[in-house]
Design a protein. Sequence first.
Length: 157
Amino acid sequence: MILTPIMRPHRSATFTIALKLAVGLIDAVGREWLHNGEAFYEKMVELNLAFSVDLVVTDALKCFIGGGPVHDEMAEPGIIIAGSNRVAADAVAVAVMKQYGAHGVIDKPVQEHEQFILAEQLGLGKPRIDEMVLRTSNLAEDEDFDTMINRIKDELS
């Protein structure tokens, strides 16, 4: 299974990246139980227990950062995030979104977002830098790349 999420804020889930893609496995009518106001985050994260993931490739060349429902404010991090763990990949993505002031995401440290707390409790992965191997390559020779990476590391420490 290969997940290919984009990054954007979400009014119910705070952010939509790899963990929220599991919602797409449910038909549109069946999703009503998710949005009934009861245990939204728990249901969303628990859906990820139904399948394993081999690779997550998150497109962060551009990302939405404005609040919904219309997402028209964008940032251009200019990176691709790839990994074998959806929680770690999402944590890196949220750390990037925070750097660009993404709606809702900027309000708290990455590890305090409920999706990550629940995902860790369920054994899906950990959103901490000491629990992942972060390999980087500045293929575009971006002069701000090292600053971005250092901020990600600081945020996930």
